[in-house]
Ligand binder design. Structure first.
Ligand SMILES: CC/C=C\C/C=C\CCCC/C=C/C(=O)SCCNC(=O)CCNC(=O)[C@H](O)C(C)(C)COP(=O)(O)OP(=O)(O)OC[C@H]1O[C@@H](n2cnc3c(N)ncnc32)[C@H](O)[C@@H]1OP(=O)(O)O
Length: 291
C-alpha cells in the first residue's frame, strides 16, 4: 500500500502521510518521478529500498539511465532510514541486457567518455554501498547486467534465465574491473573459463558455480529478497559494513587509481575498426533474431 508522496524529477518526498492505525504506519515513498526509467520505493518501516529498472525494451544501460542509477544509489546511501537495497526489474523476463551497445557503436567521442565515466561511477557506488544490497534477478542478466548483480551482496534468481560476462561473444573484452568482480565472486578457474568463452550460465549452472546464491520461482524473487534481507539485518551493521569494506576496498581502489587511464583505454579500444565491425555485426544479429 503506498501512502507516500510521489515527487517529480529528482526531489525526494519530504513528508509521509500517516494514518493512525498501525497498518498505515509503513511509509513507502516513491522517490523517482513518474516516467522515470527507475522506480525507487523506500519502505521506512522495514528500512528496505526497492529499486526497479523500467527502461523498455531491455533495461540497457545508456548514459542517461546510468546517470539515473547513480542518483538513485546516492539517494539510498544518504537516506538514514535505508538499511538495505533490492535491485530488480519491472521488464518481464529481462533484468538488464547490459551496456547499451548503441553507445559504443559509431560513437561521439565526448559522449563515449562520459558514458564510461558514468558506468565507472555507478559501479564504484554499487560495489561500495554501505547498506545491504540484494539483486532480485527476475530475468536475463548478461554482461553489464551480470556486473550489477555481482556487485550486490547476495543474488536471488528465477529459473530459466541466463547470466554471465559474455563480452567475448560480441568480439569485445570485459574490462579488468568486471573481471575482478567475477574473480571475487566465483574464483580464478571459473572466471578464466567464463571470460574467455563468454559464457552465459543458465540459472542452475550459475548456482552451481556460486555466481548466484539462491534460485526461487519467478513470482517469489522479490519476496525471497525481502526475507533474505532480514538475515543480514540481524548482524550488527557496523561490523558487517566494515567486513564488506575491507574485502571490497582493494578492488575499488584499483579502478579509482586508474579511472582516467581506463577511460582512455576503453575509448581507444572501442573505436578500433575491428571492434566497431564486431559491434555492428552483433547489433545486426540482435535485430535479425526475431525475423
Ligand atoms: C582490453 C580491453 C579494455 C577495455 C575494454 C573495453 C571495452 C569493452 C567493454 C565493454 C563491456 C561491455 C559490456 C556489456 O554489457 S555489452 C552488452 C552485452 N549484452 C548482450 O549481449 C545482450 C544482448 N541482448 C540479448 O541477448 C537479448 O536482447 C536479451 C537481453 C536476452 C532479450 O531478448 P529479447 O527479449 O528476445 O529481446 P530482443 O533481443 O528482441 O531485444 C529487443 C530490442 O532491444 C535491443 N537490444 C537488446 N540488447 C541490447 C543492448 N545490450 N544494447 C542495445 N540494444 C539492445 C535489440 O536489438 C532489440 O532492438 P529492436 O530495435 O530490434 O527492437
Amino acid at each position: 500500500m503506498r501512502i507516500g508522496i510521489v515527487t517529480s524529477g529528482l526531489g525526494i518526498a519530504r513528508q509521509c502521510l500517516r494514518k493512525n492505525t498501525s497498518v498505515y504506519r509503513t511509509c513507502r515513498r516513491q522517490v523517482t518521478g513518474s516516467g522515470s526509467p527507475l522506480d525507487l520505493n523506500v519502505d521506512s518501516k522495514t528500512g528496505i529500498a526497492v529499486l526497479s529498472m523500467n527502461k523498455p525494451p531491455v533495461n540497457s544501460l545508456n548514459l542517461e539511465f546510468l546517470t539515473e542509477l547513480n542518483i538513485a544509489l546516492e539517494k539510498v546511501e544518504n537516506d538514514k532510514q535505508c538499511k538495505g537495497l533490492i535491485i530488480t526489474s519491472s521488464i518481464p523476463k529481462i533484468f538488464s541486457a547490459g551496456l547499451d551497445i548503441t553507445e559504443m557503436y559509431q560513437p561521439d567521442i565526448d559522449r563515449l567518455e562520459e558514458f564510461w565515466r558514468t558506468l565507472q561511477d555507478m559501479w564504484i557506488k554499487l560495489y561500495g554501498m554501505n547498506c545491504v544490497t540484494i539483486a532480485a534477478i527476475n530475468g536475463h542478466s548478461p554482461a553489464g547486467g551480470c556486473l550489477m548483480s555481482m556487485s550486490c551482496d547476495y543474488r536471488i534468481m528465477a529459473p530459466n534465465y541466463t547470466i554471465g560476462l559474455n563480452e567475448t561473444q560480441l568480439g569485445i573484452v570485459a574490462p579488468f574491473w568486471f573481471a575482478d568482480v567475477m574473480l571475487n565472486t566465483v574464483g580464478f578457474r571459473q572466471t578464466e573459463m567464463a571470460l574467455q568463452l563468454g559464457t552465459l550460465f543458465k540459472t542452475e549452472e550459475a548456482l552451481n558455480i556460486g555466481l548466484i546464491d539462491k534460485v526461487v520461482p519467478q513470482e517469489e524473487v522479490l519476496s525471497a529478497a525481502q526475507q533474505e534481507m532480514q538475515r543480514w539485518f540481524k548482524i550488527p551493521g557496523f561490523a558487517r559494513q566494515l567486513s564488506k569494506t575491507e574485502l571490497r576496498r582493494p578492488t575499488i581502489e584499483k579502478l579509482l587509481k586508474k579511472k582516467e587511464e581506463d577511460i582512455g583505454y576503453f575509448r581507444d579500444y572501442i573505436t578500433k575498426d575491428a571492434i566497431q565491425k564486431s559491434l555492428g555485426m552483433y547489433l545486426e544479429s540482435l535485430k535479425n533474431r526475431r525475423k
